[in-house]
Every structure is written in structure tokens, then in C-alpha cells.
Design a protein around this ligand. Structure first.
Ligand code: ADP
Ligand code: ADP
Length: 224
């Protein structure tokens, strides 16, 4: 059974004077352990597709299944649980919280979940795993490089141990050497069994994936 399954998913944005068909009848199965790159020109529907897969938005028609569950049939609490525990999000702009230090940023999803500080040491363990040294843990995001910030963001995405990682242009703000380091971390996470779906417009970044899906005008035009 696929981890992520889209059946005839269509997404229409309704504007005051216009309608935009952003996704046009997309059907797609993604299995556990796949590393999928989503490519396509600007405006082709990549972010819209990620928003559906990430359960951040609901299709206009068609169905999305995560672990066999039709997300249309879930209530708000169940949806929150999927977003929080099943899926980790990594963004181009890192989206770290400026006022929190690095360890606190990684800990933050746990604080939201348990409504108290985390004493387990797990956030620190994740920071070490992504290659951050202990002496940096008390730094604020502005005090470290973009590559280091993205490592922290990867740590934060992992803190609830999600089976799926969604990455939207994870190396879009990074130089090529730093990009390769982030991609090596994602590759290792994929080897450990996590399913990864990544949007990128860079061919050399897409090479890290083992499946490439190209979309154009909201339709899948290539998948191999
Ligand atoms: P990509 O990520 O490939 O650049 P998007 O998914 O952002 O593509 O956009 C697909 C299409 O949907 C584009 O025509 C875009 O202008 C439109 N679109 C995206 N988000 C919205 C929105 N919130 N409201 C209206 N139109 C949108
Ligand atoms: P851009 O792609 O325009 O440079 P971002 O990467 O920060 O900007 O994200 C644009 C939008 O795409 C965000 O508003 C967010 O809702 C959505 N998005 C980004 N990454 C993901 C993701 N991993 N999963 C789901 N939605 C995402």
C-alpha cells in the first residue's frame, strides 16, 4: 500500500474574476522509502501539489490518502496529528524562530505537543546528528550560516520522527558545497527508511532522488 496516494486530484483557485486550474487530475502513488523529486517550470503547480500532500490544503476534487487514510474523512484533531507526527516540513527559507536558540528551535514542536520543555536530550542529539557542534546550540539563527540553519531546520523536521519528509527547494538558498552537505543528510535519512518528496528546479539536486516527476500546467508529464 502506498504511503501517499493521490486519486484524480484537482485544485482550482477561485479568484474574484478568474479561476486558476493549478492541479489538473493528478493521480500518483508514492511508496515507503521512495525519494521523489518534483520538477517543473515556475507556476506549474509544484507548491500546490506539496500543499495537498502536506495536508495544508484540501483538493477541490479527488482524494488524498496518507497511510491509506482518506484525509477528507478526518476531523481537525486527526489532521493536526498527521501534520505533526507523520510529516516533517523543510522549507527553502528555513523558517527558524529568531528569538529561540538552535536547540530550542528543534525542541519547539515537542513543546507544542506536550505543552512543556523537553528534558530528553533528543533535540541536542538531532543537532549532533545533522552535524552541529555543541558549542553552537545556544546560538540564535542569525548567528550561524544558511547551511547551518538548514541543518537545524532538518533537525526540527525530524523531532516527531515523521515517516515522510516534504522539502520545498531545500537547497534554494545555499551554495553548491553546502547544498551537497544538506543533500547527503537527506540521502542518509532516506536510507534509514524515510519517504522524501522534494521540489527542486536544479537537475543536479534532483539526481539525489530515485524518482523524478515533472509537472507542467498542473499535469504530470514525466515520471521515472
Ligand atoms: P509552482 O510551485 O510550480 O511555481 P504554484 O503551485 O505556486 O506553482 O502555482 C500554480 C498555479 O496556481 C499558478 O498559476 C499560480 O499563479 C496559481 N496559484 C498558486 N497559489 C495560488 C493562490 N493562493 N491563489 C490563486 N492562485 C494561486
Ligand atoms: P517559495 O517557494 O515561494 O520561495 P517557500 O518555499 O517558503 O517559498 O514556500 C512557499 C509556500 O509553499 C509556503 O507558503 C508553504 O505554504 C508552501 N510550502 C513550502 N514548503 C512546503 C512543504 N514542505 N510542504 C507543504 N507546503 C510547503
Amino acid at each position: 500500500e502506498p504511503v501517499i496516494s493521490l486519486c484524480n486530484v484537482t485544485k482550482v483557485y477561485v479568484l474574484p474574476s478568474d479561476e486558476v486550474l493549478a492541479l489538473d487530475d493528478i493521480s500518483l502513488d508514492i511508496y515507503k522509502g521512495e525519494f521523489v523529486a518534483i520538477m517543473g517550470p515556475s507556476g506549474s503547480g509544484k507548491s500546490t501539489l506539496m500543499n495537498q500532500i502536506g495536508c495544508l490544503d484540501v483538493p477541490t476534487s479527488g482524494d488524498l490518502f496518507i497511510d491509506g487514510k482518506n484525509i477528507r474523512e478526518l476531523n481537525d484533531d486527526e489532521l493536526t496529528e498527521i501534520r505533526r507526527d507523520k510529516i516533517g516540513y523543510i522549507f527553502q527559507k528555513f523558517n527558524l524562530i529568531p528569538l529561540l536558540d538552535l536547540r530550542e528551535n528543534v525542541e519547539y514542536p515537542l513543546v507544542l505537543k506536550h505543552k512543556k520543555r523537553d528534558e530528553s536530550g533528543y533535540p541536542a542529539k538531532l543537532l549532533r546528528m545533522v552535524g552541529l557542534e555543541d558549542k553552537r546550540f545556544k546560538h540564535k539563527p542569525v548567528e550561524i550560516s544558511g547551511g547551518q540553519q538548514q541543518r537545524v531546520a532538518v533537525g526540527r523536521a525530524l523531532v516527531n520522527d515523521p515517516a515522510i519528509l516534504l522539502c520545498d527547494e531545500p537547497t534554494g538558498n545555499l551554495d553548491s558545497k553546502t547544498s551537497a552537505q544538506i543533500m547527503d543528510i537527506l540521502t542518509e535519512l532516506n536510507r534509514m527508511g524515510r519517504t522524501i518528496v522534494m521540489v527542486t528546479h536544479e537537475d543536479d539536486i534532483a539526481e539525489y532522488a530515485n524518482r523524478k516527476i515533472v509537472i507542467s500546467d498542473g499535469r504530470i508529464v514525466d515520471d521515472n
